[in-house]
Write a protein that binds this ligand. Sequence first.
Ligand code: SF4
Length: 449
Amino acid sequence: MGIFAVFGAPKASSVIYYGLHGLQHRGQEGAGIAVFDENGKYLHHKGLGLISEIFNELRLDALEGHIGMGTTQYANADRGGLDNVQPLYFHHKGGDLCIAGDGNLVNGPEIREFLENRGIILHSSTDSELLANLIKKEHSEDRIFNIIRALNMMEGGFAFIIMTRNRIYACRDKYGIKPLCIGKLSDGYVVSSESCAFELIGATFVRDVQPGEVVTIDEKGMRCRDYSQFKRRMMCGMEYIYIARPDSDIDGCNVHAYRMESGRILARECPADADIVVGVPDSSLSAAMGYSQQSGLPYEMGLIKNRYVARTFIQPLQEMRERGVVMKLSAVRSIVNGKRIVLVDDSIVRGTTILKIIKILRNAGAAAVHVRIASPMMTHPCYYGVDTSTKEELLCNGRTLEEACKEIGADSLGYISPEGSRASTFGCSDLCLACFTGEYATDLYKNQQ
Ligand code: SF4
């Protein structure tokens, strides 16, 4: 999910609109924008679909304010529907709150039960609603202490933006699993899941929100507080591998540079006897370039993407994902016909996509398809908000490399090692690779074991 906020811009809703375009790749199921106007009145609009389908000039004009926030959202099987499209708004005697969050709490069910046992009725299945209620149950005069206490009850991978009528709070989990960064825009500030959104609106990157930190932005400027002394740097490896845009910098490492390096390492770890290297558009192109550079094999545009079909990985239903693969990719026959191909992809989750791509290439005359994956074998589910599916659905769950290769119909199959994945950050960040290794950064609770 993409989250974005602005403080101190005359027409906040327009800035958010363009900022969210830069985060559209993080979710295409729904979007919302909320602002406080100069009288402290809350105004919002949200819907299902792409940002360009939900908002137009009239709608943005109706959201007049200098402080605001927005989201681009993806749905999974149990978090769909308009009720779960954020930001969410909460009345409170100490001042109203608006919250949006990316990620997932591993102790969400326990917090839900804790709140419901105290008579609180919850309206959505979002963690933002849990955070709002945890904040509301604290009674300090100074809201930052209520936020800090609430965040300390939460365990998982998350990034939250909390907005009041005169302040923005940007919060990141203490493990540093989810990205969140701050930019400067004229006299104001912007907060975004990814730095690529800053280019679009002419903002300059200031810094990442640090793990276990709350950054407060208001008319006095920017202030920072650690809400936890426990801090790790376990950025989600899938952000670098697949989710984030190549022009984003996360925790000091550029995403394109990461992918190029992972491709070079992959070529060293898993060489192939082939004629050309082809990447699966779009997120695997950088890794394919790296593979080509290291191996000396020419990089070719053997697959073309139809840009107007949503990403298969973040579509909520299996049937939609399968239909999406066939619709979105075509092989370039004149390039692949008769060639032995190294097909570089970023990851294999269920195997749905790669199986169909191999068929597309063979139908276009490919002599051999050697699949090389720029992430390790995915064997475990993610509990931090990336919909990698259940363990049973994963291609590599309970299969050897040879069995997985046979299942997808490739001539050979190779994966980068976890060590190779980590080395691809050039030492900038340690990584969460739990869905590949089963080593989770946080404690797990009974619903995850
Ligand atoms: S388990 Fe995988 S998808 Fe989830 S946060 Fe870790 S690396 Fe990312």
